[in-house]
Design a protein around this ligand. Structure first.
Ligand code: PAF
Length: 281
């Protein structure tokens, strides 16, 4: 049982992983941008349970922010993050600088994501998934895990990462873990740190709306339910960016309820942009 080691360079990470690799032990990977919360901790717990050693990266990736102010306001709580991780054993915490990740002016990933990147988040955050794919590819190549753990809250991101792994033929299993929620249903997110108490209360309309959609599914046509759910959402005080019921595999608009589908919402709560989703039964 080895308590967490903290490394900042690729070299030091390789050194820390060497004995595990030589012993053919399984490496799990949990990429994060820090500001860790119970959702991240559950990913790490899952990784620790199923892998011999786990790398947790804490890296606020500048290339996935399409607005400079969003990057600037992204919460950075490294000290608290390290404290949260201190009791984990067989965990390596990788905290690189930007120059360590983007060493040789790396170009964006040249993968055809078949419009998955352009829908939903992609429409409102142009270039976001190029940045995500770029950093995840670099991190995967550095860590070379057998399994990587992602939160289902970022549903579209999970699809993009799965596509990336397939296109690059990387031998990595992508494990999507269920969304952790506050008592009022608000999906846990690092961005919640930026919300006031009142805003946390107001933001519960997102989860209430997802439940509304689940409850009313099958009783209405897709178009009608989308309209009813939008009206329901707009009774709250958040500013809706999108509410869409889409195909669970490729995020295209669904034609009938026979398709596996997911309802995805993005909205501003004050200045903070929140996303959430529910796979509909
Ligand atoms: O989900 C996140 O926190 C980020 O998008 C990720 C996967 C760590 C890449 O920067």
């Amino acid at each position: 049982m080895i308590p967490p080691t903290i490394v900042a360079s690729r070299n030091d990470l390789n050194t820390a992983l060497l004995s595990w690799r030589i012993a053919n032990k399984s490496i799990g990977f949990v990429p994060t941008m820090g500001a860790l919360h119970a959702g991240h901790i559950s990913l790490i717990q899952e990784a620790v349970m199923t892998c011999d050693v786990v790398v947790v990266s804490i890296f606020v990736n500048p290339t996935q922010f399409n607005k400079a102010e969003d990057l600037a306001q992204y919460p950075k709580t490294l000290e608290a993050d390290l404290l949260l991780l201190k009791n984990f054993t067989n965990v390596i915490i990788f905290v690189p600088e930007v120059s360590e990740i983007y060493q040789n002016n790396v170009l964006p990933t040249q993968i055809d994501f078949n419009s998955i990147c352009e829908r939903l988040e992609g429409k409102f955050r142009p270039g976001h998934f190029d940045g995500v794919a770029q950093v995840v590819e670099i991190l995967f190549k550095i860590v070379q895990p057998q399994k990587a753990f992602f939160g289902q809250k970022d549903y579209q991101q999970v699809l993009v990462v799965k596509k990336l792994v397939k296109a690059l033929e990387l031998p990595i299993e992508i494990v999507a873990c269920s969304t952790k929620r506050e008592l009022n249903g608000l999906a846990m997110s690092s961005r919640n740190l930026l919300l006031s108490e009142q805003e946390i209360k107001d933001a519960e309309i997102i989860w209430k709306t997802l439940c509304f959609v689940q409850e009313k599914k099958d009783k209405y046509s897709i178009i009608t339910l989308q309209k009813l759910a939008t009206d329901f959402f707009n009774e709250g005080s958040l500013c809706l960016e999108y509410l869409e019921i889409v195909n669970a595999a490729d995020l295209s608009p669904i034609k009938d309820w026979e398709e596996d589908c997911v309802c995805c919402i993005a909205a501003f709560c004050g200045k903070v942009r929140l996303i959430d989703n529910l796979v509909l039964n």
